[in-house]
Ligand binder design. Sequence first.
Ligand SMILES: [Zn+2]
Length: 353
Amino acid sequence: MKKRNLLSRLNDGAVICAEGFLFEAERRGYLASGEFVPELALENPEALKNIHKDFQHAGSDVVQAFTYNGHREKMRVIGKEELLEPLNRAALKIAREVANEVPSDQEPNLIAGNISNSNIWNPNDENSQKEVHSIFKEMVEWAAEEGADFVIGETFYYAGEAYAALEEIKKANLHAVLTIAPMAENVMRDDVSVVDTCKELEQRGADVVGMNCFRGPTTMMPYLKEIRKAIKCYMAALPIPFRTTEKQPTFFNLDDNNNCTCPSPHGRTFPTALDPMYCNRYEIRKFAKEAHALGINYLGVCCGAAPMHIREVAKAIGREVPASRYQEKMANHFMYGTNERIPDHIKEYGDKA
Ligand SMILES: [Zn+2]
């Protein structure tokens, strides 16, 4: 089947993009939390492939190569700089494989390259900025060589670094999705407002602009509404599935408000003890529905997302996906079902269960 590019798909409807693989790979036992390096592309390629396939089954239209944090600086931090290029190419190859492994009557998935916050960007140091440009440049070039359809630049909390990412993606003539992730100060770290950063990204030629990660539905939605009024290009929304609050707008400083009896040894819920603050699936569906109604049609869920959350996004936009077959069927539940075979005395027991 003919494969449409990102922009024609957005023009025709919505694009669902699964993200958040650091958390999902960690949960499955293939990645160390905190360090967060996607080494499984080399060490456990089958495990990575399975993650992609599970999200594809749940409705993702995009296979995002898992190169998040797989940049030169992070590889230096863990003392494995020599694995940088092999890791990037392996992740891109796996993404390409999965994207093309769809039944012949289905449209192949889009393949996305991925760059992200380098954590060395310094608005007052030109050398650091040059270094960040070269970090992005090499990754974007590998993505282009390995057949990426577009590149996602994400989780930027410096406006300047987001612009740098966009510049490098555009140099490679690929479509660019740029999503920012302002911290709890509610402004970019270099003092540019969230809305102004998005306006600037649009002006500089990003194809899709929006927000991803760090914030749950509650603390992302107000900004999405403001951004939507300020820009005309396609917009992206990929929150984390956690109940962040006005006081604690990101997951970095989110307190456990759910009777924790055994706090994490490192003193915060991020990133290993966030479980009690999970959004339920209906909250994710509601968010996606609301975002879509605003005219945001590049949708997904970031860190913390399970395939089930992506299925909820698909449901929100009225899309049937392979995993829709396994949407809940409470009618056949042994106590709460409505199936005629369920005995009355068991139904009645339900409230005492
Ligand atoms: Zn994330």
